[in-house]
Ligand binder design. Structure first.
Ligand code: GLP
Length: 257
């Protein structure tokens, strides 16, 4: 399949400091909502987007942006996990964004880690399939050599839609530290598939820090295939990779626009 798909020279923007990445990406999100208040966003979790969320909240508090008609879809959630577990992405989103802006709860879609698996997947599919246009997807990049987006681990096909994932050893090792009791980290997750993410009209991938340098090089300069699910973003003409200097440190000069 990959042979038949067009791919594009990725747009790459590199900033000296990680705060500049946060500044740019939060501005792009805010501009999107100002231009189209009914925008549908796919949003990520992790440490990378925290600065972006802080700035989005500040813009909201200054009265610059109104989320009352905006829809937010979360890219992934652990499974199984209780919503009120501090390690859940439900908890993360509520505390880092949702509770601080005026998005309507019924316009926020995130996989449930509490319902039976089939039911949870069906519920999210039903919600997402009713949405005709996804305007903007913001993604982080998985740790180390995973090159995952959402929880689309190595081996995921470009045709994938919402699905259950058995997390890789590398992901478990990297994300365990985020759980107060590492033994409570689930071994599975529900994620939007590559196809769902590529539906967005525009995509932004953010990566910061030296720990992402290998993954960024593989994603942007290696083959587009299931060994690096983030590389599928190069099939999308409107993808921007927004990186700090350290995440970009292994990139060859000719990748720069
Ligand atoms: C997890 C999430 C991803 C996220 C990644 C990066 O694995 N499933 O959606 O992009 O973490 O996390 P961090 O930003 O903390 O490096």
């Amino acid at each position: 399949m990959s042979n038949k798909l067009a791919f594009f020279k990725p747009k790459v923007q590199i900033y000296e400091k990680e705060e500049e990445v946060d500044e740019l990406v939060s501005k792009l999100v805010v501009e999107q909502i100002k231009k189209k208040s009914t925008s549908v966003l796919i949003l990520p979790t992790g440490s990378t987007p925290l600065g972006m969320y802080e700035r989005i909240i500040l813009a909201y508090k200054r009265g610059e942006v109104d989320f009352s008609k905006t829809t937010i879809i979360n890219i992934d959630e652990y499974f199984p996990i209780k919503k009120n577990h501090p390690g859940s992405y439900y908890y993360y989103m509520k505390h880092n964004l949702i509770d601080s802006i005026n998005v309507k709860v019924e316009n926020w879609h995130i996989a449930s880690g509490e319902e039976p698996l089939e039911k949870s997947i069906t519920m999210l599919c039903t919600q997402i399939n009713k949405i005709p246009i996804i305007d903007l997807a913001v993604c982080g990049l998985g740790p180390g050599k995973t090159c995952h987006i959402g929880f689309n681990e190595q081996g995921t096909l470009s045709t994938s839609t919402i699905h259950f994932v058995k997390l890789s050893e590398e992901t478990i090792k990297a994300n365990r530290r985020l759980f107060l009791n590492p033994k409570e980290m689930p071994k599975g997750a529900i994620t939007l598939g590559i196809c769902d993410i590529l539906r967005a009209r525009k995509i932004i991938l953010i990566a910061k820090g030296k720990a992402k340098a290998w993954g960024i090089k593989r994603t942007l300069t290696g083959q587009i295939n299931e060994d690096a699910p983030a590389s599928y973003l190069r099939y999308h003409k409107q993808t921007i990779f927004v990186l700090d200097k350290e995440a970009a440190s292994l990139l060859p000069n000719d990748i720069l626009n």
